[in-house]
Design a protein around this ligand. Structure first.
Ligand code: SAM
Length: 222
């Protein structure tokens, strides 16, 4: 029998709007709930579906980022797929954050895949008090830059949680909603920004306008 390579967009696996989805990321198989029945638009209930950018970030993390023994923070985690993969890759501390309405959703998905205590679940609205989290080595944010009016708040959160050796990664799809403005604002606020090649992401998405950026916080706040 011929073996068919697992592909993200394999019609037998593509269950974008179903209640349960399976992701194969490196050696890990992660099964997640979605809540597709919620009224979902770009501005509400977005985290109840797993976005392609979330899958791309989880795969990038597993293949390209050495998180073993490091601390990781996920912003706008939704299902917490990236946090789950960070834990499976050996991170020693993982914090999954999102708005209050996603706390149970994150918990359920985390408990489906890893021991419940292995990932901290926290409510975090960008720009609000993040000092309780402390400094982390890596920050991940997938599909959260389309909210251009939140860029300033996001950078405030990054300033609170990044030390001078921390690295933050963002993946976003260009939707013409001002996503690119984040880069200029980040530079003004003391971050060094690098655009990484799209070839570092899953080649199934090479024809789509996905962007990967890396931030380091060079200028510490006074
Ligand atoms: C498009 S979803 C992406 C979810 C997940 N990262 C993924 O890739 O599947 C955007 C996420 O950002 C979160 N979010 C939006 N505004 C936020 C804010 N002001 N503070 C914290 N999280 C926010 C939403 O709750 C949602 O989970």
């Amino acid at each position: 029998m011929e073996l068919v390579k697992w592909r993200y967009r394999n019609p037998y696996h593509d269950r974008r709007h179903e209640r349960e989805r399976m992701f194969v990321i490196g050696p890990h198989t992660v099964v997640l709930d979605q809540q597709p029945s919620e009224d979902i638009s770009l501005h509400q209930n977005t985290g109840f579906l797993i976005w392609d950018g979330g899958y791309l970030m989880a795969k990038f993390l597993a293949e390209r980022v050495h998180v073993t023994g490091k601390s990781c923070l996920e912003l706008g985690a939704g299902s917490a797929l990236v946090s789950i993969v960070a834990h499976l890759q050996g991170a020693n501390r993982v914090v999954a954050t999102d708005l209050s309405e996603y706390q149970q959703f994150m918990r359920r998905n985390i408990e489906r895949n890893v021991p419940s205590q292995s990932i901290e679940i926290r409510e975090l609205t960008w720009g609000s008090e993040a000092s309780e989290i402390g400094k982390v080595d890596f920050v991940f944010g997938s599909e959260i830059l389309y909210l251009a009016n939140q860029h300033q708040a996001l950078l405030t959160t990054l300033q609170a949680v990044m030390h001078t050796k921390s690295v933050a990664y963002f993946i976003y799809k260009e939707r013409g909603l001002g996503e690119h403005q984040f880069t200029d604002l980040a530079q003004q606020k003391g971050f060094r920004v690098r655009r990484l090649p799209q070839s570092l992401l899953d080649d199934e998405f090479i024809t789509e306008p996905y962007h990967l950026i890396q931030l380091m916080y060079i200028k510490t706040s006074k």
